[in-house]
Design a binder for this molecule. Structure first.
Ligand SMILES: *Cc1c(COP(=O)(O)O)cnc(C)c1O
Length: 355
């Protein structure tokens, strides 16, 4: 068995792979592959309806919040959010907590003004900024709830008087939060929900339609809402696999149940990092991500041999992002705790050998 700690695209439940594979050959005994079904058929409509309903249910969304599955990765939302919400003279407030937040800022500047209300840059993104004020006259405040590359996570969602926008690409459905506190949530599917090629967008419809800019048809959230997320051909297979994963999550007890498991997985690994003399975590304790665990070795010369030891134990995907170095173990929903235990055992065996 391979222990898959990839940051994204990343592990999905085995039963989802099995169901998706079967559906490629013959979907629900239709004699057709899921790949060759018309997207306007009742058969696919049922998939889209169920996927959207599962999101609403698992996030406990109120009726103002609309659920869309849109093309493009999360990077498309860096542009689509300001295109829909930020007029040329308006200001969007942004938190810079890492690479993805910076990329969101870069795109927003194409549409209006950006107020950078806080940045983790001075401390090399090892902490989530704590003392900052969000301007009341900004039209929204954008945060990246989990910083996939640096391994930090907002443990407390900031309270704001203005609409809150969250890039949740790497911690969507991983923990219980008040999703209704956000007016717009987006997430590329490939971290914790499905295959690459689709974005989940949850938007409070009341924040739309407030700007003067003409919005291209396919970029306007209102058109996607009006057409039930079927404005054009959706990424049908990606939506289908998301639906399977959401079904799996619901059967597993939903977000609260998976959060318990995620907490146990993260505690197991961070505990080893903190107690093993060879390793150390890169993010301050209170802001550590439960999804992407970043750590380095006190003696950098041991990193290559450790990577080899991990590989020998069928551990894949733990090499850190080049900006941080060291290691990053992504503990997404579908990763079993037994895989984390294998990584911990490998760290312990390695320290016996080298300490
Ligand atoms: C991966 C990631 C992105 C980029 O996703 P793409 O689908 O490649 O555009 C954006 N934000 C966060 C937090 C991510 O983890």
């Amino acid at each position: 068995m391979v222990h898959n700690f990839n940051a994204g695209p990343s592990i999905l439940p085995k039963e989802v792979f099995e169901q998706a594979a079967a559906a490629i050959l013959n979907y629900n005994n239709t004699g057709l592959s899921i790949l060759e079904l018309g997207h306007r058929t009742p058969t696919f409509q049922a998939v889209m309806d169920e996927a959207r309903a599962l999101v609403k249910e698992l996030m406990q969304l109120d009726d103002n919040h609309e659920v869309l599955f849109l093309h493009g990765g999360a990077s498309t939302q860096f542009m689509q959010v300001p295109m829909n919400l930020l007029d040329i003279k308006d200001t969007g407030a942004y938190a810079d907590t890492g690479v993805w937040g910076q990329k969101a800022v870069k795109e927003a500047k194409l549409f209006g003004n950006v107020a950078l209300v806080c940045s983790g840059k001075e401390n090399k993104y090892t902490a989530i900024p704590k003392d900052f004020a969000v301007p009341n006259d900004a039209v929204y405040f954008h945060i990246t709830t989990n910083n996939t590359i640096y391994g930090s996570q907002w443990q407390k969602i900031p309270a704001t008087s203005i609409p809150l926008v969250g890039d949740m690409s790497s911690d969507i459905f991983s923990r219980v939060i008040d999703f209704n506190a956000f007016d717009l949530i987006y997430a590329g599917a490939q971290k914790n929900m499905g295959p690459a090629g689709v974005n989940l967008v949850v938007v409070n419809k009341n924040i739309l339609g407030k700007i003067k800019r003409p919005i291209p048809t396919i970029m306007d959230y209102r058109n996607h809402i009006a057409d039930g997320s079927m404005l054009n051909t959706p990424p049908v297979f990606a939506v289908f696999v998301c639906m399977l994963t959401l079904r799996w999550l619901k059967a597993a007890g939903g977000v609260a149940a998976i959060e318990k498991l995620n907490n146990a997985k993260a505690a197991l690994l961070y505990n080893e990092i903190d107690n093993n003399p060879l390793f150390r975590g890169t993010v301050v304790t209170e802001d550590r991500s439960k999804m992407n665990v970043c750590f380095v070795m006190n003696n950098a010369a041991l990193e290559e041999p450790f990577l080899a030891a991990a590989k020998a134990n069928n551990i894949v995907g733990i090499k850190g992002h080049r900006l941080v170095g060291g290691f990053r173990a992504s503990l997404y929903n579908a990763l079993p705790i037994s895989s984390v235990q294998v990584l911990v055992d490998t760290m312990q065996a390695f320290s016996k050998q080298y300490a």
